[in-house]
Design a protein around this ligand. Structure first.
Ligand code: DER
Length: 221
């Protein structure tokens, strides 16, 4: 069985009857959603809030009932992937373009579970370029401001045009300074006018589900 499927399905064990569940985005949490769909078919009573339109579509395909912040103000658990994980459980997320809604949902969850195969584990964040979501208005100047704090932004493109998020914004993928302190950089980036959110998720993850050298699922807490 592939690593993503092993860790993705393991996360579904944390989903219990009556829960409100944050449904993440990406190719690893895909397997969590698939497993939850099977559990719903077997009688599990849950409702999910999706972190992207892509996940909303998958939830419908898998038969997972959905709700929204119009009906609930908190979630019992959120399960999502990550692009990079450091030993302090800080994350870089946003490779799938869903970081804004993912962070809103992760922050609203009592427990935030991350599913990440072993290729995502890093001694220090920065191997994966940091996604930063910005509003289109004035993006040229916003890029200059991001550069002024030592990051190197590059506009994410789709078919030669700026990639557009579910929230109708742009994304810059940024090289971050070697000596970055994740929590400080997360805060400083979000103070820049025009920046909506960035993919540093510091001090948020409660559990990382990954694999050990023997391909056995392990929990990093
Ligand atoms: O955008 C994100 O943060 C997604 O969770 C995604 O990048 C996770 O990566 P995966 O597709 O390898 O699970």
């Amino acid at each position: 069985m592939n690593e993503k499927k092993l860790v993705g399905e393991k996360a579904a064990e944390f989903v219990k009857d009556g829960m409100i569940v944050g449904l993440g985005t990406g190719s690893t949490v895909y397997y969590t959603l698939e497993k939850i769909g099977q559990m719903v078919k077997e009688g599990l009573q849950i409702k999910g809030i999706p972190t992207s339109m892509a996940t909303e579509k998958l939830a419908h395909e898998f038969g997972i009932p959905l709700t929204s912040f119009k009906e609930v103000t908190y979630l019992d658990v959120a399960i999502d992937g990550a692009d990079e994980v450091d030993p302090d459980l800080n994350l870089i997320k946003g490779g799938g373009g869903a970081l804004l809604r993912e962070k809103i949902i992760a922050a609203a969850a009592n427990t935030f579970i991350v599913v990440a195969d072993s290729s995502k584990l890093s001694a220090k964040l920065g191997s994966f370029r940091l996604p930063v979501e910005v509003i289109p208005f004035g993006y040229e100047r916003t890029a200059m401001q991001i550069s002024s704090i030592g990051c190197v932004p590059e506009m994410r493109l789709s078919n030669g045009n700026p990639y557009i998020t579910d929230n109708h914004n742009y994304i810059f993928d940024c090289e971050i300074p070697e000596n970055s302190q994740p929590h400080k950089l997360e805060t400083v980036l979000n103070m820049i006018p025009g920046v909506v959110e960035n993919g540093l998720f510091t001090k948020m993850a409660d559990v990382i589900i990954t694999l050990d050298a023997n391909k056995k699922t392990v929990l990093m807490k």
